[in-house]
Design a protein around this ligand. Structure first.
Ligand code: ASP
Length: 331
């Protein structure tokens, strides 16, 4: 008999109509649904908090990480029900805060509340249950028949049931008429010592380049006390140096020991700042390439890495290394 823990955190899946719009409720409906679905497993639940995920922040990430860490030796699998809007941030951050998980830990949610007759909640709970019982160690996100690594997931659609995609890595498992098929070679390798480390630097800024962005914003961010910046640059890797010249401002930031990570506004495929002059110029001053990482993984990884060290050489080393499958390691 598989022993499964549900950690309920709110989100659409448990939401009910209120005068001020859909509002999340506790996880009792989830527990009942899973018990009805699978009488051969035993279920327990922690109502960790009851929030729309737009309100989930570092304080809640730490609660999730601790709840998983404290309980992972007592269960075969853990299902975390969570709002879809920031689920990819939470699942990415958990990959850094809880390394070498001992059991399958599966995030899921739904686009329609479980009380709606057309809901996708039951399907998503069924898929996460299959993964939670799989004995495959890792942090996953299950949605619409697809299982992806938590640090590769991105919410790409606001309302369709296929709301999530796995970015730059194939799905680690899929569900079809053959059941649950797992791509073993995509599952990261873990050691036996599970580590909880929730120390993070939250003073991080994500800047999306537009053709009118003033590079002076970088100086303002540094004066404000921002400790690390992620820039969503253009295409394969480009940042303006003509008229609105970012090179000098970024150089000043790096000189003040503020790491600058650069990723692409394009969702798919890897960024490479070595191709164009508009990329090489910032690479030459020491920005850190995010390669094929999602923005969510890059932002949370920068927070976590800065929670460990301020040494620029070490920060760069962390970014060249895959912790939980979030980045293609450079050869
Ligand atoms: N606003 C909701 C949330 O993220 C959306 C959802 O769960 O689908 O909590």
């Amino acid at each position: 008999m598989a022993k499964i823990l549900i950690i309920a955190t709110g989100g659409t899946i448990t939401s009910v109509e209120s005068k001020s719009g859909l509002r999340p409720n506790d996880g009792n409906v989830i527990l009942n649904a899973l018990k009805t679905m699978d009488s051969s497993s035993s279920f327990e639940m922690i109502n960790l908090f009851t929030l729309d995920s737009s309100n989930i922040q570092p304080e809640e990430w730490k609660l999730i990480a601790k709840a998983v860490y404290d309980n992972q030796t007592m269960y075969d699998g853990i299902i975390i029900t969570h709002g879809t809007d920031t689920m990819a941030y939470s699942s990415s951050m958990l990959c850094f805060m809880l390394q070498n998980p001992l059991i399958p830990i599966v995030f899921t949610g739904s686009q329609l509340p479980i009380s709606n007759e057309l809901t996708d909640a039951f399907q998503n709970l069924r898929y996460s249950l299959a993964m939670a019982k799989s004995k495959i160690r890792g942090i996953f996100l299950a949605f619409n028949r697809k299982i992806m690594l938590g640090c590769r997931a991105v919410k790409v659609r606001t309302s369709s049931f296929h709301a999530f995609e796995s970015i730059n890595l194939r799905y680690v498992a899929q569900i079809d008429s053959r059941g649950l098929t797992i791509n073993q070679n995509l599952i990261p390798k873990f050691t036996d010592s599970s580590i909880l480390n929730t120390s993070i630097e939250t003073n991080i800024f994500l800047l999306k380049m537009t053709p009118t962005t003033d590079p002076h914003i970088i100086d303002l961010l540094i004066d404000y006390g921002i400790k690390g910046i992620v820039i969503e640059a253009y295409g394969a890797g480009g940042i303006s140096f003509m008229r609105r010249n970012f090179v000098d401002s970024l150089q000043k930031a790096i000189n003040k020991n503020v790491p600058i990570c650069v990723c692409s506004q394009c969702l798919y495929e890897e960024a490479n700042f070595n191709i164009y002059e508009v990329g090489k110029k910032v690479l030459d001053i020491g920005v850190i390439e995010a390669l094929d990482m999602t923005t969510e993984a890059c932002v949370t990884k920068l927070m976590w890495v800065l929670g460990q060290t301020n040494d620029m050489a070490l920060i760069k080393k962390y970014f060249k290394t895959s912790i939980m499958g979030e980045i293609r390691e450079e050869n």
